[in-house]
Structures are given as C-alpha cells and as structure tokens.
Design a protein around this ligand. Sequence first.
Ligand code: PHE
Length: 354
Amino acid sequence: MDDLRDKYLGRIAEAGDEAALEAVRLAAVGKKGEVALKMRELGKMTPDERQQVGPALNALKDEINSAIAARKAGLEDAALDARLREEWLDVTLPTRARRQGTIHPVSQVTEEVTAIFADLGFAVAEGPQIETDWYNFDALNIPGHHPARAEMDTFYMARQDGDNRPPHVLRTHTSPVQIRSMEATGAPTRIICPGRVYRADYDQTHTPMFHQVEGLAIDRDISMANLKWVLEEFCRAFFEIDGIELRFRASHFPFTEPSAEVDIRCSWEGGTLKLGEGDDWLEILGSGMVHPKVLQAGGVDPEVWQGFAFGMGIDRIAMLKYGIPDLRAFFDSDLRWLRHYGFAALQAPARHAG
Ligand code: PHE
C-alpha cells in the first residue's frame, strides 16, 4: 500500500500538464487502475483482512484523488500566469491635461429663470425659431403694414420663385409661443418660453441672435396687480438682492393693453453697475395685459378669460446679474471668456427662496 502511495503521489507531482495528470488518474484510481484492481481482490480475503485492507484502500483512493485535484489547480494557476505574462498589453495612453468645460451664462441664467418660474407654477413651452408671419405678427395684432414690423428688423426666409405666399421669418420675439400654447392647451394656462430670437441689429447691446423668455398667465380674474407681483417676486429671487426696485412705465405693444415696460433701479457710479440703488433705471422687459384680439387668435374667449404676458431679455439680465459688459462676447466662443464667465457643470441654479 505504501509503495502504491509513493509511486502515484510521485507521479502526480511530476505530471507537467493536464493530460499527463489524467493518465496518472486513470492508472491509479480509474475503473481499471491499480487501486481498483486491488479492491477487487477484497472478495478473496477473509473478513478480518477485508476489514483492514478495505478502509485503507478507500483512504488511499481519497488521498490520490485530492492530490490530483490539488495538482490540477496548481497547473491551472501556472497556465493562467503564463498566459497573462505572454498576453500582457499596455492599453493606456498618456492622458491629456484635465480641462473641465463650463456652462455658458445664457444656459445658466435660463436654468435659473426656469427654476424660479417653476416655483411660481409656470410650465415651460416651446415653439419653432422659423415662424410663419401669422404667428410672429398677425396673430399678435400686428397687421401687414403696422410699423412694428419694420421696427423689428425682421429676417425673412426666401421663397421659391413663383411662390407668392408670405415668407417665413426668423421669429423676432418669443411672443408667437403665446398663440401656440393657447392653441395647444387653451385656458387657464401659465407658461414661460425661453428661446432664441433674431433681429438684424449689431452693437454692444444688440446681436442678430439673442434670447428672450416669454411669460403668459391666463385665468378668469388676472389683473395688472398679479403681473406686478410675479415680476417683482421673480426679480427678487433672480438678482438675489433684497432692495431690488422695479419701475413700471406705461408703454405700447400691439399685443397687450395696457402695456408697461419694466425698469430696474441701478447706479453706474465709478463705472460699475450696481442694482437696487442709485438714480438710473435699466429696462429689462416688456409686459402688459394680453390684448383681446390675441386671446381670440389663440382660440381663447376674451369674454371669459384674461391674462398677462411679458417678454424679457435673457442675455440682458445675465449681463446685469453677472456684470458682463459686452453682449457680443456671449457669442464669440472665446474659450478664455467662457472659462472666466462660465459656470461649473454641477453648480445648481440659484433658487427662489420661498
Ligand atoms: N415681444 C415683446 C418684445 O420682444 C415683449 C413683450 C412680450 C411685451 C409680451 C409685452 C408682452 O419686445
């Protein structure tokens, strides 16, 4: 028995691969292996002999089997090590210097405005930037030869030769979304619409593309007082200045009656702009009670419903809040400007305190 053990444990230790190990296993404990043959001899033994030899053979069989399993595991580990050594590959590249992008002030301010008006119960609506002249003008009570059309420095889209329909326009304001959202949801409604608008104009405070946010609230008993409260509430939350002061100045828009432009109190002392103090006033938006004809154009009955609307320059209030002097730089894509005035990607928009 000891000879058998020494012989097979020795061979197991020497087996250099799995095939050799399997051959040893068959020769030792396979059906016709040496241990199996020895077991067959048990039948010829006396009961006493059998009681001694049987358990010893079984123990030997177990010992050989576990030695084989251990050797097998060892061979597998070695094979894996060898393979890993052989197939090693450097898949890394030297990384670039870490540069984080920034959020553009217009995006940041749009988020801030949206968050504040969401707190005030306004949903976000959208409309196309290429508009029909009906949505951009007629439906807003600006008929064909109204001077407001010329004042708006409108970009007109080309029509194919022979097509005599009125041309589409690049929307000159976000007000057409008033009509579109009334058509879509009827009254009552409370929406804002931030988006791009276009006018052929270019200087320190005008670019051919800029951003507005439209506001529209329609219900049965809305008045100028609601408009005033909402705008004051918004400005206090947005500019994060307690002493913010607004001035409502009578004005005229074809699509609101009465109409008011809203200015914000500021000072320019020492060449820097300060909000909420001083003797200067800066215009930030146009507003008013929605004209009955506009309600009608949107399919809303002016006998039952009334509401207010406003249109505010997003870029304008971004310049005011963050002290950015030149509007044109907003759209230059100058990386140095973006890094200076941009916002960290995870910086949460300022929230309405209430
Ligand atoms: N659409 C106007 C503009 O672009 C602003 C405005 C919107 C005024 C809504 C009144 C009501 O100047």
